[in-house]
Write a protein of this length. Structure first.
Length: 118
């Protein structure tokens, strides 16, 4: 069992930056792929970024490439989402997830709100 707790959301102006953190409980954190998902108002949930258990492989949805990064620190059981050059369309609830893969994660955090004002 893995429990995930996100933090770092908030209100930021367009062009600004935020860093989300997701701390995991459990001793097997470094065996899971990790992902960040988001769901904006009236939109379906989408996967924003993912990282393999080793940290070697990452993947990003096209709309955030070059602006977001998903580093992980296995020693701290934490994965981050560094978000730069934020846009109003990035406004959403952001969720951290873990699993064998990030196509169908097994574990989810409670979500953290990110609001980008124009």
């Amino acid at each position: 069992q893995v429990q995930l707790a996100e933090s770092g959301g908030g209100l930021v102006q367009a062009g600004g930056s935020l860093r989300l953190s997701c701390e995991a409980s459990g001793r097997t954190f470094n065996s899971y792929a990790m992902g960040w998902f988001r769901q904006g108002p009236g939109k379906d949930r989408e996967r924003v970024a993912s990282i393999s258990w080793s940290g070697i492989s990452t993947d990003y949805t096209d709309s955030v490439k070059g602006r977001f990064a998903i580093p992980r620190d296995n020693a701290k059981n934490t994965v981050y989402l560094q978000m730069n050059s934020l846009k109003p369309e990035d406004t959403a609830v952001y969720y951290c997830a873990a699993g064998v893969n990030t196509i169908r994660p097994e574990y989810w955090g409670q979500g953290t709100q990110v609001t980008v004002s124009s």
